[in-house]
Design a protein around this ligand. Structure first.
Ligand code: IMP
Length: 513
């Protein structure tokens, strides 16, 4: 690992903080990068956005660990690395305890240095139900969410009707706030189809119906489907179990900063899914950009090494919303709403990444890259690398520092296509002070959901490198064809690739610096 450790330490020498965000629509490999930084450099890893909608896969040696809420630095708990879930996170106690802390402890990771903000937004069963009911009810606007209750939890926070983690520690407060919150939800759910509500409440993530009130059949008496007593008992028990981790993380982070500790801010989702900067409304409900990770902290911008991760030279998207470079376009979007890994791998095992049909080529690249949701198992929509979107993400995150990942997935491709611009194909449309007409060209992505769906990509084609890259440890040994494409993208979007990941393991990393 010397090929990584020494150059990485040299690269980070001038900085005290590293922020790691995805420059695309998520799933670019943040978990691996954070784990690497935790291994050689960091004293603390902090999550400040998102929820259990995230899925961070870490493969330190041979065993894969998938984390949703807990920071990817947890594998370094034994050496005293601090892992902090800060107040911006929508915190689901059931997920954290049952699916992460208990299994981590069974694997010998004690979670001694895990800290959960007492002010984190508390994600409760009713949020998951609201999310699932909206996503499955006919006629509702759908985002294609992960169904983890994230939007409804943040909605409650901004509506000032939400609970916070601290409420789990105080029975009376919890009971009062919970009953009030359930009343709101019951009112809203009285407009939904009771069968859809019941189905959502019987989801395995909600204990297969343990919070469903006996005899619920959608009565209009305003009491709703929830067994409040069951929620109270289960969640106060989670409070007891989690009590040892809950504290004022604002104060803790301030102390770490004052002690000049090295801190990694671990992003979730991706810039293009940010509620503030992404393809709104097809976004998640927190700011997944650099700004969401670093706002409100007493730190200087010049002390932060801001890294933006991008898959090279393709990208993926899960859920609804425009994706100009998607292989197979609308056909792929519709297919990925229902497709699952096993069926796809069974039916399409024979495909190659050079299939002349873009839809099938997309499936082959998805299979080669194992592009199936860590959280939802859904097939991720797949498309070529999009320079206009990369330029936009570079502007938002205000950093030239890029980490490329997963380029090894394209090792067998004969041709690599890079989207260099979009051509607008829709009817006249006012975009701020600009009037878009058919044929308008964009070289930086307009972050407007409506406009993007009418953007046709223009490509430049490059010969593929057609050789195995996953054992390469020095950038100078990467194939010339790969470097030509990377140079082109760097020049066009004005970024510099600091780190190049060529496989899932820690050792499969090139530090370019
Ligand atoms: P939510 O965050 O579950 O509300 O989902 C909102 C949108 O973000 C949907 O399109 C999801 O598929 C997408 N999304 C949420 N988390 C992730 C992630 O970790 N990777 C990729 N897409 C995500």
């Amino acid at each position: 690992m010397k090929h990584i450790t020494d150059p990485l330490l040299q690269l980070l020498e001038p900085y005290r903080y590293v922020s790691v965000v995805c420059g695309q629509w998520g799933d670019t490999g943040k978990g691996k990068v954070v784990d690497l930084l935790a291994d050689v450099w960091a004293d603390a890893v902090i999550r400040r956005t998102g929820s259990a909608n995230a899925g961070h896969t870490v493969v330190p040696k041979d065993k894969e660990t998938i984390l949703h809420l807990i920071p990817s630095g947890i594998l370094h708990d034994a050496r005293g690395l601090q892992n902090i879930i800060d107040e911006g996170v929508a915190f689901d106690p059931a997920e954290a305890w049952d699916s992460e802390i208990v299994p981590l402890r069974a694997d010998g990771i004690a979670c001694t240095n895990l800290h959960i903000s007492h002010m984190a937004k508390l994600l409760l069963p009713q949020h998951i139900v609201m999310d699932m009911v909206r996503e499955t009810s006919p006629g509702e606007f759908k985002v294609g969410t992960t169904g983890r209750g994230v939007g409804p939890c943040y909605t409650d926070f901004y509506a000032r009707t939400g609970l916070v983690v601290n409420d789990l520690l105080n029975r009376d407060v919890f009971v009062r706030k919970l009953r009030q919150n359930l009343k709101d939800k019951a009112r809203l759910l009285s407009f939904a189809d009771p069968e859809i509500v019941k189905k959502a409440m019987q989801d395995p993530r909600l204990g297969s119906g343990i919070y469903l009130k006996d005899g619920y059949h959608g009565q209009a008496d305003g009491t709703g489907p929830f067994d409040a007593d069951a929620i109270i008992e289960h969640y106060l028990r989670y409070g007891e179990r989690l009590r040892e981790f809950i504290r004022d993380t604002r104060e803790l982070i301030r102390r770490l900063i004052n002690k000049m500790k090295h801190i990694v801010f671990e992003g979730a989702q991706g810039t293009l899914l940010s509620v503030d900067y992404g393809t709104y409304p097809n976004v998640t409900s927190s700011d997944a950009s650099f700004h969401g990770l670093t706002h409100g902290l007493p730190i200087k911008r010049e002390d932060i090494f801001s890294l933006m991760i991008m898959k090279a030279f393709y990208m993926t998207r899960v859920g609804n919303g425009p994706f100009p470079t998607e292989f197979g376009g609308a056909l792929s979007e519709a297919w990925c709403r229902h497709a699952e890994r096993e069926a796809e791998e069974g039916q399409y095992a024979h495909l190659t990444v050079n299939d002349p049909d873009p839809f099938l080529q997309g499936i082959a690249i998805r299979m080669a890259g194992h592009e199936y949701g860590a959280t939802t198992k859904r097939s991720r929509r797949t498309g070529w690398f999009d320079l206009p979107a990369a330029k936009y993400a570079r502007l938002v995150n205000d950093t030239p520092n890029v980490v490329t990942t997963k380029s090894d997935v394209l090792d067998d491709c004969d041709t690599i296509k890079i989207c260099v611009a979009y051509r607008y194909t829709g009817s006249n449309y006012h975009l701020g002070d600009q009037l878009l007409t058919k044929g308008t060209q964009f070289t930086v992505a307009p972050m407007d959901d409506f406009v993007l769906q009418y953007c046709e990509p223009e490509y430049r084609e490059f010969p593929g490198w057609r050789s195995k890259t996953s054992d390469i440890t020095d950038m100078r040994d990467m194939p010339a064809a790969f470097r030509t494409i990377l140079d082109f993208c760097e020049n066009e979007a004005d970024f510099h690739t600091q780190i190049c990941s060529v496989g899932p393991k820690r050792s499969q990393t090139i530090i370019r610096g």
